[in-house]
Structures are given as structure tokens and as C-alpha cells.
Design a protein around this ligand. Sequence first.
Ligand code: HOZ
Length: 450
Amino acid sequence: MATTRSARLFARARKILPGGVDSPVRAFTSVGASPRFIARASGATLFDIDGNRYIDYVMSWGPLIHGHAPRGLTKALKAAVTRGTSYGAPSPLEVALGEKVRALMPSLERVRFVSSGTEAAMSAIRVARAATKREKIIKFEGCYHGHADEFLVRAGSGALTLGVPTSPGVTRGAAEDTLIASYNDLGSVERVFDANPGTVAALIVEPIAGNMGLVPPTNGFLRDLRAVCDAHGALLVFDEVISGFRAGTGGAQAWANVKPDLTCLGKIIGGGLPVGAYGGRADLMALVAPDGPVYQAGTLSGNPLAMTAGLWCLEHLTSSLYKSLAALTTRLAAGLADAARDAGVPVQINAFGSLLTPFFTDRPVRDYASATSADTTTYARFFRAMLSNGIYAPPSQFEAWFVSAAHSTRDIDRTVAAARTAFRACRAVSASTSSRDSSTGGGAPPPAAN
Ligand code: HOZ
């Protein structure tokens, strides 16, 4: 596979963009590869500037539930763009999208649109602090809520991938206000509340964790979080940036039948354009300016193109879509599991709806400790073998794979076939490494095959 154009552009990019990219995981650093620069995308396929094509499982990290550039969406956007790209004034589109979000997720009695999931989460926490007149928050290690200071403490996603789960540059004050509990461990939450009586404004959680790889909640965990927050007078904030409209039209909250006080959204509600939203109880959202004193604003908030894309996406979510996504994902999960078993590579596949992660470990993954027990070196090898075979998996062990309506069973079967080869390559390297280790007592790790 020729990659010279991407390699050349990456060298040029590194002279202008930190690390050559605008978001860290895209640099492929942790998988020992060099990023592919994308020329265009269609359906489930990415095309790079060297003319290679890939079946895409990153899907822009989640928004593209209908695939890349679905015809109806591009048509709606083409029409919208002729009416102007930004007004800095209200438009009917944001009212329509707000109403649509509330119809699908009734806990969002009021909604405020912003431009990213990071903005949504930091604004929701500001509201929670104002409402409770408390300053501390609880988050889970390995969960990721964007890159605002208060969330970059034991964070997942790129921060975990690059080994900086607690980022330099975060003030001691911000870090001290963020208390950490362990996902799927109610006892750890209770202990944090008990140690900080009357000071916790909110507990924020990805109800289906997707940023330490995919880790679904154990039975009853979300219900228990609701109860423990109520017992301590703290608000429950669901970060459904990934799970919203993935776990079904009502998000994880409908699936679990748990009503959070506030919810953060992003990704699918923007259909691939930059959007976030936060919303929830009307009395809490009444605190947001101009109704209330909690300040939050944005030049591109409610942007007409983003609202158009979001409306198109939500209007095309049907129960048959979710059924077919689940069937494709089950087929992929089963195929990957078989291929790994046949190759003798220990892998745990976590799957939920149209999300999955193959963890390179022999123990079940239900929290940060078990997720980070995965063998990232072998994941990197697997990733590189898949990439060179035309499969674009997430360039990190700690991210979810996204299946879309544009993937076909043929795509899935082709992916599984590529995975068979990739797992065998992983097995061969680990066998030769262990025989070399036992004969020489060590040795250099194998070079990155890029
Ligand atoms: N933090 C994103 C994944 N959970 C990655 C965003 C990107 O690189 O585009």
C-alpha cells in the first residue's frame, strides 16, 4: 500500500500543527504508525490522498450513524448553505432541533446548543455548581468529558492513550475539585460522597463508557448512581455525547430507565458538523443566561448548517435502523472473537448496540483497571495489520469502534477476514518474541511495521 503522499503531508503538517494534527489520537502515535490524510469519504469508506480505500470504524468518532455523506443529508446541507452559513441570531432550525431532542429524550425539558461536547460538559457542570452552591464534582477514572480543566483528571480517550490522564496545565484548584471514583463500583462512589459531605455539586458519568474503550455499565449501576446522588443532594449528569442516539433513540437514559438531572450531547445531534448541547430539568436550565445568572454564550451556537445536519440525522433514526446496526455489530463482535480464538490471541470483545472494543486481555473489562490491563503493544500491531489490509480501526486501544448504517455485511465479513490475518500476525510476533526472550533473556521490541 503506497502512503508516500500522506507521509509527505504529515512531515509538512508537523511544521505548522502541533504533532501534525488538530486532535492528538489522530497522529497514530500510540500505534506506531503514520496518519493517513483523507481526501474524501462516502458511506462506510474513507479514501486517502494516496488513493487507498479503507472500511472505516472510526466514523469521525461517532457522529456518522448514517455513514459518510448520506445523500439526503448532503442535499439538505447544500440547500441550507445557500441561505447563509451563520447568523449570530436565532433561527427556526434550533427551535425545531431542540423540540426534536426533547421528544426523543424527555428529560431534556430545556436545551442549549453549543459547538462541542467539551463545551456542553463544562457548561452543565457550571449550572450544577450554581444550582447546588457546591464546588466539587465526581467523575470516573477512564471517563472522558472533553478537555476542560476539571475533566482532565484521570481522563480517558486521547489523554489516556498518550499517558497523560491528568494533564499538566490543570491548576491544583481544578484538580482538587474533581473527585475520582471507579466505574461500575458503587462502593467507590459512596466512599467519595461520605468523605466529602455536603460539598459535591454533581456526579458526571458516561452512562455507557466509551473513552477507555467501550465499557458498558453493570446491571443496576446507573440506577444506583441516581439513588446515591439523591441521598447526598448532588445532581446526576449523564454525558451522552457518545451514547446519545447510539443506545437507541432515547439514549442510555431510556435504555436504563434512569432520569438524569442534566444531559450532555454532541456527535449525532450534529450529523458530522460541530455541535454540542446540554439540557435537563427546566428549573436548572432556568439558571442559564439570559433567563438566569449562569453565563454561557457562543458565536456559532445553533449554527444553521449544524442544526440542519442534526435535524436530518435525528429524523432518520428508526427502530429498524437500530435493529440492523445491532445485527451488524453482533456479527462483527462474533467474527472478531472467533478470529482471535483461532489465532490463540486473548481478546475480550465488549459490545453494545453499534459500539464495540476488542480489548487485548484475557480478563473481562468492566472498569479502568481492567481496561488498562490490555496489551497496547499487541493492539498496535493488530491496528497496523488491519490498516495495511484496508481496515481503519481506532488508532488506540482505548476508543470505541463505530458501526454505521452504511456498513454492509460484506464490509463486516471483509473486516473479519482481515482480522484473521492480523491476529495471526500478532500471534506470530508474540511467539517469536517469547522464544527470543527465553533464548537471549530479552531484546529490543519489534520495529513498528508501518
Ligand atoms: N476524543 C475523541 C475520541 N473520543 C477524538 C477526537 C478526534 O481526534 O477527532
